[in-house]
Write a protein that binds this ligand. Structure first.
Ligand code: ADP
Ligand code: MG
Length: 419
């Protein structure tokens, strides 16, 4: 008997929901594509290309639009005999220095047998190799640096656009396309880099729910069999996506999660209910990841806040979190941090989206203070903090919540009334 059996009732092509899938058509990006196309026009005219800077939050279609236009540009350029176009796409995630980018670029132009190692050469000689490669390639070379905000020094962003003016290149015409998820990256560029890199600037705004619905519908029709995905499920995915950050990637991930649950549960349609379940599962993963990355003090601060929340004491000021945090720290056998440092941990939890903060006015004296609330399902948070709960003990306020205490664990009501 077979252990594995093909299971194709839900998906027609599940891979269409994955990151690397390139949709045939981009939804709702006409204005941006038009701008982008205009910025690339000099390539087809055989002129020196513009340097282009693209920015927008993650998941708003920057990479998809770039791949889409570059494919068309290459195909259309091939129709002109006097244009010799080479496009190099490089994702800078994991490449933090100009040096690493330069070596990667050199290797893009070289055969497997001729690759250089990513360390050990003086920077100047790597740049020399790069100019040589570019010149012997010749023609028009577009270098796309995706997620360029990972770059910690901007030397290459200065060198590449100026290579021709500096006499380093004589044959090749170089254009740079820099893509950033982070607008502040552009602000922090030095003026001389900014002026050469940002000749054309294109902003990709976040998607609204209506655009996300269209994007999801388009993708669902490729990925799922007819009739599997319900309209209401798509709308809900889009609503979550719009609320989060207008990020198509997150919405597509949620669609896939809901589809996977349908497969597991052997249902034949994906309903709103499964989208909620999927959202829960993804959220759980995200919280677990966030919490796992905290230090022990971060865990203790969070645990203190969780128990206060469970008692209905939130929103709560940092000075009212402190006694409980200190008690927990002592229980865990470590010295509590000073108030300021403890507050830093509250801020970190806020940044992770686990805790929310409200600014309040002190009344007539005019000062402000902050109050904190746990912004996530308590059971979820507690389940991600098993180690802390074990070290400190299960707090009385949590003992009778479903899913936490097993009934046999000891509680810590004894040392904590209203500390
Ligand atoms: P970014 O590069 O801005 O982070 P991506 O281009 O990777 O975003 O887009 C994230 C996902 O959403 C990809 O799967 C992409 O195919 C899809 N997507 C984004 N925008 C659109 C769109 N306008 N139409 C169709 N699919 C889109
Ligand atoms: Mg991208």
């Amino acid at each position: 008997m077979a252990i594995f059996e093909r299971d194709t009732e839900i998906y027609r092509d599940r891979d269409a929901l994955r990151e690397d899938y390139q949709p045939e058509e981009l939804i709702g990006r006409d204005t941006e594509l038009e701008q982008y196309k205009t910025a690339l026009q000099p390539v087809i005219n055989g002129e020196q290309p513009n340097n282009i800077f693209l920015y927008g939050k993650t998941g708003v279609g920057k990479t998809a639009a770039t791949r889409f236009l570059m494919e068309h540009l290459e195909a259309d350029a091939a129709r002109y005999d006097d244009i010799d176009l080479t496009v190099v796409l490089l994702n800078c995630d994991g490449l933090s220095s100009s040096y690493q980018i330069a070596t990667r670029l050199v290797n893009e132009f070289r055969d497997d047998a001729d690759q250089i190692s990513t360390t050990g050469y003086p920077r100047a000689s790597v740049y020399d190799m790069l100019w040589q490669e570019l010149d012997s390639c010749g023609g028009t070379v577009l270098i796309v640096l995706d997620e360029v905000d990972h770059l910690e020094d901007d030397s290459i962003l200065y060198q590449l656009p100026r290579a021709r003016a500096n006499g380093n290149l004589s044959n090749a015409k170089i254009g740079i396309v820099g893509i950033s998820n982070d607008f502040s990256f552009r602000e922090e560029l030095s003026p001389k880099v900014k002026s050469s890199l940002v000749e054309e600037e294109i902003h990709f705004p976040a998607y609204d729910a209506g655009e996300l619905i269209e994007i999801l519908q388009q993708r669902a029709s490729v990925a799922f069999h007819d009739g599997v995905m319900t309209d209401s499920a798509i709308k809900l995915c889009a609503a979550y996506g719009a609320k989060d950050a207008g990020d198509a990637r997150q919405s597509l991930d949620l669609l896939m999660k809901a589809g996977d649950i349908a497969r597991e549960e052997d249902t034949d349609t994906v309903s709103e209910d499964l989208v909620r379940k999927g959202r829960d599962a993804l959220e759980r993963g995200r919280i677990q990841e966030g919490i796992a990355g905290l230090t022990q003090h971060g865990h203790l601060v969070l645990y203190a806040l969780v128990t206060l929340e469970s008692e209905g004491e939130t929103p709560v000021r940092s000075r009212d979190v402190r006694p409980r945090y200190s008690t927990f720290a002592k229980k865990a056998g470590i010295d509590p941090l000073v108030p300021r440092r403890m507050r830093d941990h509250l801020s970190e939890l806020t940044m992770l989206g686990i805790v929310s903060v409200t600014e309040r006015n002190e009344g007539r004296r005019g000062g402000t203070y902050r109050e904190y609330t746990v912004d996530m399902d308590l059971e979820l948070v507690v389940s991600a903090m098993e180690d802390t709960v074990e070290t400190v003990g299960l707090h009385s306020s949590l003992a009778d919540r479903a899913g936490t205490g097993s009934g046999t664990e000891t509680t810590i009501a004894d040392f904590d009334g209203r500390t």
